[in-house]
Write a protein that binds this ligand. Structure first.
Ligand code: TSX
Ligand code: MN
Length: 623
């Protein structure tokens, strides 16, 4: 292999139609050519174009069970389901190894890791050189969004991980249909993935495979200008299923800014009131706020239904009438298992009845899976996520805290009919949330689009795991997009503000929610979970003009007599405490917001700085 390889063709540029195309099954000559070039670089033993068929899934799972990379879950409990145990050093996304490789570092901004694209590409080519020796290169065409949807985008992932192939089959519209969508002039995103563990050395000596190959060196690299993804060294989740965080958020956010839409880290639900009126809501929450639980909420108020459209990502685009339409670009759920149980999310438990890939969960004697929070009763003896014997009482969890289930969305009992509508759904409201024990009210409405963007830009959450820094420390996570925005976050805020002006009277209304506020005694003030429908009820009655609100520095707040508390035993004083605005504490928070904005210097939109100025002014007036 020579030291350099021509850069992958810019797939969004028109491809010359004439001339003999490189041999390959695609109608897109650039795609065939790219696969041929990458094959030369990666030097796999075989190349396999994935069809997405059930037969392909069955053949791959059989092979992986035979080789010891998958364990078949007892089919009497869960048919067609499998457990994968990862290398213990490859259990989560690697944010410190995630890079945005724009030509100008300012275009990545202060919240992203940046690398020079030319240098990064050279380094990656050296790493990928021969990286698939002895392995199969799988060519995985996929559509993010329903096949043929005007809101969908196409990609092709090259990978040497059959686990990634199986997961992509669940999480995206993968295979022949997606490949057929890529015509001679269709734009598509190239995404290269290798676990970085060739089975044959450069000198030809062969090495035995391991159940979860990976590499100590990891790179999750994004090239926003040429719209490419290169991922090396990890087989886990968002590092290896490149349609999800890498494409549908980081690269898509760049495409969306250019094309005038939004790629967001949001769940999507359709809620229907007792009067039979339906509303579509999108909601952005940082991690560990129960986003999937909210997406599958079982309402406690009679007559209400919540139906699931998506649990992680939403693409929002203005339609011809000027209304904002939303799709879930994914086809499955890649959910955190621990904490998912009959009490927190019975709908998710029902969803994973079969056809599910579990990663890093525990295995019971009877061959079924288990994790902390699945059942109140802890099985006495199990095999833990690393395959070691485990007994109740051990000081370590049986399942890894980031253990996952990967399951098709259409198995969800609460899935909405509209979930795969190619035209998407018209959005009525957008919610921003966080895990906040102080200051942030249970629910508040933004008094303008710009105020809503301010609420989104200042989302923050208290840390729940020591790995992320001191537990309880407040961390800003603007729009829950901190690790997922493919360009400068301040420019992203500007794009949101511009979208509001474009949508005008059709813009969805914006709300802030917080299920996690605590009282002075440290206990939660709000019961959460299914009771959150009461906040939703107030939100939709605001949309209908049926509920009043009072102004506060925190936004428009509900009046107690307009809020359905029937059948809830809120402790004395809890209501007032849920909505209390302490000007001193809020002014301290405003200082943190100023510090956040200052990181972006002059790129912060003036309209956002004005929001902060007005907030401070209102708070000072209340001192
Ligand atoms: O998911 C949660 N939601 C949203 C549900 C639709 N969680 C779990 C977060 C961890 C991922 C919540 N935890 C919620 C919530 O609304 N609220 C809380 C806090 C809480 C926890 C327990 C109780 C009350 C509040 N009460 C009892 O356990 C009895
Ligand atoms: Mn997510």
């Amino acid at each position: 292999m020579t030291a350099t390889l021509p850069a992958a063709p810019a797939p969004h540029a028109p491809v010359p139609a004439a001339g003999p195309s490189a041999a390959g099954p695609s109608r897109n000559a650039a795609l065939n050519g790219w696969v041929a070039e990458m094959t030369e670089l990666l030097q796999p033993d075989r190349v396999s174009w994935c069809t997405g068929s059930q037969a392909e899934f069955d053949q791959l799972t059989k092979q992986l069970v035979r080789e010891g990379s998958l364990v078949r879950v007892n089919p009497e409990w869960r048919p067609n389901s499998f457990l994968a145990r990862s290398d213990p050093r490859d259990v989560a996304r690697v944010e410190e190894r995630t890079f945005i490789c724009s030509a100008d570092p300012e275009d990545a901004g202060p919240t992203n890791n940046w690398r020079d694209p030319v240098e990064m590409k050279q380094e990656l080519i050296a790493l990928f050189d021969g990286a698939m020796r002895g392995r199969t290169l799988y060519v995985v065409p996929f559509s993010m969004g329903p096949i043929g949807s005007p809101l969908a985008k196409l990609g092709v992932q090259l990978t040497d991980s059959p686990y990634a192939v199986l997961s992509m089959q669940i999480m995206t519209r993968m295979g022949t249909e997606a490949l057929e969508q890529i015509g001679p002039d269709t734009s598509w995103v190239p995404a290269v993935h290798s676990v970085g563990s060739p089975l044959v050395d450069a000198d030809g000596s062969r090495r035995a495979d391991v159940p979860w190959p990976c590499n100590e060196t990891k790179y999750i690299a994004h090239f926003p200008e040429t719209r490419e993804i290169w991922s090396f060294g990890s087989g886990y989740g968002g590092n290896s299923l490149l349609g999800k965080k890498c494409f549908a958020l980081r690269i898509a956010s760049v495409i969306a800014r250019e094309e005038g839409w939004l790629a967001e880290h949001m769940l999507l639900v359709k809620v229907t009131s007792p009067e039979g009126r339906s509303y579509n809501l999108a909601a952005a929450f940082p991690s560990a706020c129960g986003k999937t639980n909210f997406a599958m909420l079982q309402p406690t108020l009679p007559g209400w239904t919540v139906e699931t459209i998506g649990d992680d990502i939403a693409w929002l685009r203005p339609d011809a009438e000027g209304r904002l339409r939303a799709i879930n670009p994914e086809r499955g759920f890649f959910g955190v298992a621990p904490g998912t149980g009959e009490r927190t999310n019975p709908t998710a438990v029902a969803t994973i009845w079969g056809n599910t890939i579990f990663t890093n969960v525990a295995l019971q004697d009877d061959g079924d899976v288990w994790w902390e929070g699945l059942t109140d009763r802890v099985p006495d003896r199990m095999v833990d996520w690393q395959g070691r014997p485990w007994m109740d009482g051990l000081p370590v969890p049986a399942a890894h805290p980031n253990a996952r289930f990967t399951v098709p969305a259409d198995q969800c009992p609460s899935i909405a009919d509209e979930w795969d509508d190619p035209d998407g759904v018209v959005l009525d409201a957008i919610l921003f949330g966080g895990r906040r024990s102080t200051n942030i009210p249970l629910v508040a409405e933004a008094d303008s689009w710009a105020h809503g963007v301010f609420l989104g830009a200042t989302i923050s959450s208290e840390q729940t795991a020591a790995a992320e820094g001191p537990v309880g420390a407040l961390r800003h996570d603007p729009f829950a997009m901190l690790p997922f925005c493919g360009y400068n976050m301040a420019d992203y805020w500007g794009h949101w503000l511009d979208m509001g002006e474009r949508l005008g009277e059709h813009a969805p209304r914006i709300f802030q929610v917080n299920w996690f506020r605590k009282g002075r005694d440290g206990s939660y003030l709000w019961p959460g979970f299914g009771e959150n429908i009461r906040a939703v009820d107030w939100i939709v009655r605001r949309l209908d003009g049926a509920a009043r609100a009072r102004r506060s520095p925190a936004g428009l707040l509900p009046l107690r007599e307009d809020f359905d508390l029937e059948g809830l035993d809120l402790p004395d004083g809890a209501w007032d405490e849920l909505f209390r605005v302490d000007p001193v504490a809020w002014l301290q928070e405003a200082d943190q917001t100023r510090a956040l904005f200052e990181r972006f210097g002059s790129r912060v939109p003036k309209r956002l700085l004005t929001q902060l100025t007005v907030l401070r002014w209102e708070l000072v007036a209340r001192l």
